[in-house]
Design a protein around this ligand. Structure first.
Ligand code: ARG
Length: 270
């Protein structure tokens, strides 16, 4: 298995906090340790750099505590940057900040027409664009994705509110393989996943609970949270190299390594 060099965008959690509730993991009555979140985030960034990837940074904005979750900032495929439209007003102001970053980076930008939370729900797997819906990204947004990027969109219905974004329930491991938690999907979507990915790595409920599926793969190394009961071992059996990071402080907002990492696919095939 060959790793590919990746370009990522991340946002330092300088203003990280949990002071509203938009997913079942968030509990504002338990204050977060922002310094600890920053240290954990720095370890994630370093893990990406140690694997030979590049990491660009967008400046965090005061008053936007969830901006650290860069995966929700857009979808960048073949050098085109599609902006996001958040479901919840608390995150709305992140959208223009990310869109201007893409424009400043010289990427052509496109406005979203419907609720669309970026790579949180939209994951390219080979030539298929896997798109989650049910909690955040709307089904209507999937049609815009297909028209803009020209990849067939596979709509997947999420059914468990704890796994409200596709990237909490499914990881793309390489062009042919994914790992996922079957019960996070509707029966029909489970059948679609079985048909498309008969060799998928299946995760357990315990793996998903520690955000094990919120992982970032370069085709060989899989950066994932430490402490998955089964997933890291199953990946190793299949020839992947798990790289474990502790993002427990960021998990208190309902996020993990993938949420903090937006893939920038700046050119064809990149
Ligand atoms: N608190 C954030 C929210 O609920 C967490 C986002 C996690 N991001 C992700 N890509 N799953 O929107």
């Amino acid at each position: 298995m060959e790793p590919t060099r990746q370009h990522y965008l991340m946002c330092r959690p300088t203003y990280f906090a949990v002071d509203y509730v938009i997913n079942p993991w968030m509990d504002p009555s338990r204050p977060v340790d922002t310094d600890r979140a920053v240290r954990q985030w720095e370890q994630l960034r370093q893990a990406h750099l140690d694997l030979g990837h590049t990491v660009a940074e967008i400046a965090p904005v005061p008053g936007l505590p969830d901006m650290v979750f860069a995966a929700n900032g857009g979808t960048v495929i073949d050098g085109k940057a599609l902006g996001v439209q958040f479901r919840d007003p608390q995150r709305a102001d992140e959208a223009p900040a990310y869109l201007s970053w893409f424009a400043d980076a010289g990427l052509p930008t496109y406005e979203p027409k419907h609720v669309n939370e970026g790579e949180g729900d939209i994951l390219l797997a080979g030539d298929l664009l896997l798109a989650g819906t049910g909690f955040r990204t709307s089904h209507a947004a999937h049609r815009q994705l297909q028209e803009l990027f020209g990849y067939p969109v596979i709509s997947l219905q999420l059914v468990d509110p704890r796994y409200y974004h596709l990237d909490t329930a499914l990881t793309v491991l390489d062009e042919r393989t994914v790992a996922y938690l079957p019960e996070a999907f509707s029966p029909g979507s489970q059948a679609v996943l079985r048909r498309l990915f008969p060799d998928a790595v299946l995760a357990t409920a315990g793996d998903a609970e520690v955000f094990g599926l919120n992982a970032v793969s370069d085709g060989l190394h899989v950066v994932l949270p430490a402490g998955t009961p089964q997933l890291a071992g199953r990946l190793r059996e299949r020839g992947y190299l798990p790289v474990e990071v502790d993002l427990s402080e960021l998990r208190r907002a309902g996020g993990g390594p993938k949420c903090c990492t937006l893939r920038l696919r700046q050119g064809k095939g990149a």
